[in-house]
Write a protein that binds this ligand. Structure first.
Ligand code: FAD
Length: 309
């Protein structure tokens, strides 16, 4: 119930505006969001790299349909890639996480083609900076289009990654396709509320699908980017990597900024490649409420901070 309310609130601009005005809420947001500016993001990323962690930067923002704003978003990604190179972070330790809806994917029938054009420009800039790119996966209505755009991008930028969601019933088949293509694949449980017609509703079913997808990705040519904080799934990942003789760099653990930092450092110290998803930007609200929805304890932490004088 709480999760449903929070996922609903994630779409409400008025709640966003009210939260922004509260200084106490800012402190809690900072746990999950690295700052509002590119400079703060680079500073946050440098600190993680100094601890032997890799970073994927997500400039927050989604569902943009105004062509002028999608162009600005594209150009901001391009400038950010240059900024990473200038800061000495232009190598595979850095990655850009791109939401295609922020590049106009949902702007009518021509949206996907325009988002592909914009994404190409971002990938070219990232390549020049030596930085990787992975496409985030949004709700299920975008899956076909996102996988298609990822396929197109891989022709010129073979290291372009794409996220897939274990919650969706289609994902084991998508993993089989991506494995054959040798793609970089970020496997996640899925952060969106989806109908039963397309998605598993029970956690146990999502977890089972996650393991099935993991087995497919590790058995084949894909480079699995295993994005979970779930201790059981992390254990299965390291065991599959061992069984398939995967060296560090041939797969990654990925976790969110501010979530299980101790585990991130433990895995890195054990020689694994760990990438932290570092969100930044003024548009933090939708992202932040999705993190609260994932875990009631986060919501309590947040409410307690608001109640503090
Ligand atoms: P859960 O079962 O939710 O959590 C397992 C354990 O992890 C919990 O018991 C708790 O100890 C800890 N934990 C999990 N979440 C939190 C939290 N918010 N705060 C504190 N502790 C927590 N989703 C998409 O739909 N599309 C994407 O492109 C996408 N990209 C992602 C990229 C990365 C690097 C990561 C880590 C996640 C991404 N997600 C994405 C979100 C993902 O789908 C899940 O919603 C999220 O990762 C929580 O699921 P979990 O696998 O950690 O398992």
């Amino acid at each position: 119930m709480l999760r449903r309310v929070l996922l609903f609130a994630a779409r409400q601009d008025r709640v966003h505006t009210a939260l922004r005005a509260l200084p106490a809420s800012r402190a809690v947001v900072d746990r999950f969001v690295a700052g509002e500016t590119p400079a703060e993001a680079v500073a946050g990323g440098s600190a993680l790299v100094a601890e032997r962690l890799c970073v994927t930067y997500n400039s927050l923002g989604e569902y943009e349909t105004d062509p002028a704003r999608t162009l600005r978003t594209r150009d901001a990604f391009v400038a950010f890639a240059g900024r990473l190179a200038d800061a000495g972070l232009g190598s595979e330790v850095s990655e850009l996480s791109v939401k295609l809806s922020a590049l106009g994917q949902l702007n009518g029938p021509g949206g996907p083609a325009r988002a592909l054009d914009h994404a190409r420009v971002v990938c070219a800039a990232a390549k020049k900076a030596g930085v990787l790119v992975t496409l985030d996966m949004e709700d299920h209505t975008t899956t076909d289009s996102t996988l298609e755009i990822a396929r197109e991008l891989r022709r010129d930028f073979p290291l372009t990654g794409v996220a897939v969601q274990a919650a969706l019933r289609r994902t084991p088949a998508d993993c089989a396709d991506l494995q054959r293509a040798g793609a970089r694949v970020r496997l996640v449980k899925g952060a969106y509320r989806e109908p039963a017609s397309v998605a598993f509703q029970r956690r146990a079913d999502v977890d089972r699908a996650f393991v099935r997808c993991l087995r497919t990705l590790f058995a084949g040519d894909a480079r699995p980017l295993v994005a979970t904080h779930d201790p059981r799934l992390i254990g299965i990942t390291t065991e599959l990597a061992r069984r398939h003789g995967r060296r560090p760099g041939q797969f990654e653990h990925q976790m969110l900024y501010g979530v299980r930092g101790g585990e991130q450092r433990r895995l890195a110290a054990a020689g694994h490649r760990v990438r932290v998803y570092l969100p930044f930007g003024p548009e933090w609200y939708g992202y932040f409420t999705r993190r609260l929805a994932e875990r009631p304890a986060n919501t309590l932490f947040f409410l307690r901070a608001l109640a503090r004088p």
